[in-house]
Write a protein that binds this ligand. Structure first.
Ligand code: PLP
Length: 468
């Protein structure tokens, strides 16, 4: 855009830098000084920001994790928040840095970002987007917005919804999940139903919306399109939580096109945006009300759902890259990573199993790879291999036994301890128990070169394993 005016971005910004420098120096900048300034800047600065080698304090050893005494991990689990979700691409990091260059009216930036999202995601006419502090935050501000509309007394009162006309949210019993906490925290009341008939019968003048948990679609009796049809007939809203359900990328446009009033996707899962970001796509009026309920607005339930300018730019770039990616090439890259591992372990008689991949799965659509240990050669189980991978130093491989739900509170009722322990048990351990000679994992969140690190570590593990 700057080129239109005959300026390169670099020279425009270094002029700004030189001009403000001259203000502080109390003298006028001349043309020649601008040129000198630009050359100086190109050596030590990018777009006016210094690139600083860190020589003292945190970061000065080059290993920030070791400085804090925290063990970093290689992610063979997936886009789970407890270990950091996903990592950003260099272009995303660059946009984050550039987003930090200027102050801006956050609401103005949000509205513009929303239009960018709607265009990229081919949203229906009358829909726009919003960058939120995660999909869970999108649920908070989305539901709050449906209840408060743009009425200041309600915006201030939420989550005390006393006197609000519509506060009931219908949800299929099978769609209840950990994130319905974000609906309840707005003061809305969940009404559980099981069948289509019960759903229709539950609608009354206090009904606000029907919540749809996309990942649990196959567990429910009422489909997404049916939910939308029922809600439309009765003049109530619909919200689809599809947080972890891209790829395939087409879901970004398919779900709003079904007619859901609002749909959320995590920015920090496979979209690989900033970890604490999310996208809310919905009807313009509803998105406006959602924004009215969140930061930077004050005295709002969503003041704690803050997104910064840098997060907004980072998310937009990540989404752009995600939408434009060649997914077949991405799949070939995943296969190539698994092949590096298969090739390295083959000499121990450890065989690659056919990859498991369901491109139409409801969520976390990605291949998973597994390998079979020849128990006539090696006396080590798949579970033991996974434990040894997790114990790898100085960088662990795996999630070190952490469950995707995070930390559990103490249960003061001793009788319930069993169920808590069961809930916290990772699914993979169950699978391994069924098939003790296999081990497997996902490779989609590996960074460049980590396939080789895992392969080398597996060679170490199998070299040291007792012979059968
Ligand atoms: C991950 C997830 C969320 C929360 O998303 P964040 O972006 O981490 O806030 C909500 N719902 C479902 C189904 C999820 O998988």
């Amino acid at each position: 855009m700057n080129l239109k005016f005959g300026w390169s971005r670099r020279s425009f910004l270094s002029m700004l830098g030189a001009a403000s420098g001259s203000l502080f120096a109390g003298r006028e900048a001349k043309g020649s000084e601008l040129l000198v300034g630009e050359h100086e800047h190109s050596l030590s600065k990018i777009d006016g920001n210094p690139i600083v080698p860190i020589t003292t304090g945190l970061g000065s050893t080059g290993d920030i994790y070791a400085e804090l005494g925290v063990k970093p991990l290689i992610n063979i689990v997936g886009t789970v928040t407890v270990i950091g979700g996903s990592v950003m691409k260099p272009e995303v990091m660059e946009l984050i840095r550039r987003g930090n260059e200027h102050f801006v009216l956050i609401d103005e930036l949000e509205v513009a970002a929303g239009k960018f999202i709607a265009k990229l995601c081919k949203s229906p006419v009358g829909y726009t987007g919003l960058v939120t502090g995660g999909a869970a935050a999108a649920m908070v501000v989305g539901y709050a917005g449906m209840m408060t509309e743009d009425l200041e007394p309600r915006l201030k009162a939420c989550p005390d919804v006393t006197g609000f006309p519509r506060t009931e949210v219908i949800i299929q019993k099978s769609h209840r999940y950990a994130f319905d906490h974000q609906i309840r925290q707005t003061g809305a009341k969940l009404i559980e139903v099981e069948t289509r008939e019960e759903m229709i019968a539950a609608i009354n003048p206090r009904t606000l919306a029907i919540h749809f948990t996309n990942i649990l679609s196959d567990k429910g009796k009422v489909s997404g399109p049916e939910t939308v049809e029922i809600a439309r007939k009765h003049g109530i809203y619909t919200f689809n939580d599809a947080s972890a359900d891209v790829p395939p990328v087409s879901r970004l446009w398919e779900y709003p096109a079904i007619g859901f009033d609002m749909v959320t996707f995590s920015g920090g899962k496979d979209i690989c945006g900033p970890q604490a970001s999310g996208i809310l796509i919905g009807k313009e009026e509803l998105i406006h009300w959602a924004l009215m309920n969140m930061s930077p607005q004050e005295d709002r339930i969503g003041r704690c759902c803050k997104v910064g300018k840098e997060t907004i730019f980072g998310l937009l770039k990540a989404l752009e890259i995600f939408v434009n990616q060649d997914y077949d090439a991405t799949l070939r890259m995943y296969d190539a990573r698994a092949q590096v591992i298969s090739d390295a372990v083959a000499k121990f008689g450890v065989k690659a199993q056919p990859r498991e991949f369901d491109p139409q799965a409801l969520g976390n659509v990605t291949p998973s790879y597994s390998w079979m240990i020849d128990s006539s050669k090696l006396a080590i189980t798949g579970h033991e291999v996974m434990l040894q991978l997790a114990a790898t130093q100085p960088v662990g491989i795996g999630s070190m036994g952490a469950d995707s739900g995070g930390m559990r509170g103490r249960n003061p009722d001793a009788n319930s301890d069993k169920s808590t322990a069961k809930a916290a048990k990772p699914k993979r351990a169950e699978r391994a128990a069924k098939n003790p000679n296999t081990f497997g994992f996902a490779v989609w969140q590996l960074k460049e070169g980590e396939d080789k690190i895992i392969a080398d570590r597996l060679v170490e593990i199998f070299s040291a394993a007792p012979k059968a």
